[in-house]
Write a protein that binds this ligand. Structure first.
Ligand code: ATP
Ligand code: MG
Length: 180
């Protein structure tokens, strides 16, 4: 399974709709300071359900929407779609490609879509559980993340191993089933 495509529209500095396609293997994104490299990784975490404004380097969630420049008006909506190649059927869903979309308006509400059908963030979380891909998964290793893993409490570190061995979904189902 690999990341095939990211589409951005109105997310941070990406006012125009753009599409980035990736191949299997390593891709490096290079560019001058302030050109939007980190905004791409912010977009990937955001579409996966990131709710922490601070980790998206903003002061309020609205900051992810293009805020305008001297010659261009601000936009009212941000939308990011991420397409994963699922030909290995690693995700338990009967599609060769899985596209996850998040859209947010200035009013603050977010909408999520799975292959263009409206869904809840919960559905996306459950789909990605045990794959390492979720917003807290180990497939995104940001600056300082390794240090954080090494210095975290052993119970917190255990979560990473549980995700890697694939038992998070069972723990989650047990928790849901015993919820009163
Ligand atoms: P560096 O090499 O310094 O890490 P970078 O390529 O990672 O730079 P980013 O941090 O991704 O750069 O991009 C920062 C740019 O995005 C800034 O110019 C900032 O003004 C712009 N930006 C961030 N949020 C918005 C927004 N909501 N609307 C418009 N522009 C934004
Ligand atoms: Mg950066």
């Amino acid at each position: 399974m690999y990341l095939k495509k990211v589409e951005l529209h109105g997310f941070k500095s990406f006012a125009n709709k753009i599409e980035m396609s990736f191949e299997k293997g390593v891709t490096a994104v290079v560019g001058p300071n302030g050109s939007g490299k980190s905004n791409i990784s912010d977009a990937i975490r955001w579409v996966l359900g990131e709710q922490s404004v601070k980790s998206l380097r903003g002061s309020k969630m609205e900051d992810v929407i293009f805020s305008g420049t001297s010659n261009r008006k601000a936009l009212g909506m941000a939308e990011v779609s991420l397409t994963l190649d699922n030909s290995s059927q690693m995700l338990p869903i009967d599609y060769e490609e899985v596209t996850i979309t998040r859209r947010m308006y200035r009013s603050g509400e977010s909408e999520y879509y799975l292959n263009k059908s409206n869904c809840r963030l919960k559905d996306i979380r459950e789909l990605l559980m045990d794959t390492g891909i979720g917003k807290d998964g180990y497939s995104i290793i940001g600056q300082g993340k390794i240090d954080e893993i090494l210095s975290s409490k052993s119970e917190d570190r255990r979560q990473l191993f549980e995700e890697a061995v694939g038992i998070v979904k069972y723990k989650h189902r047990k928790q849901e089933a015993t919820k009163k």
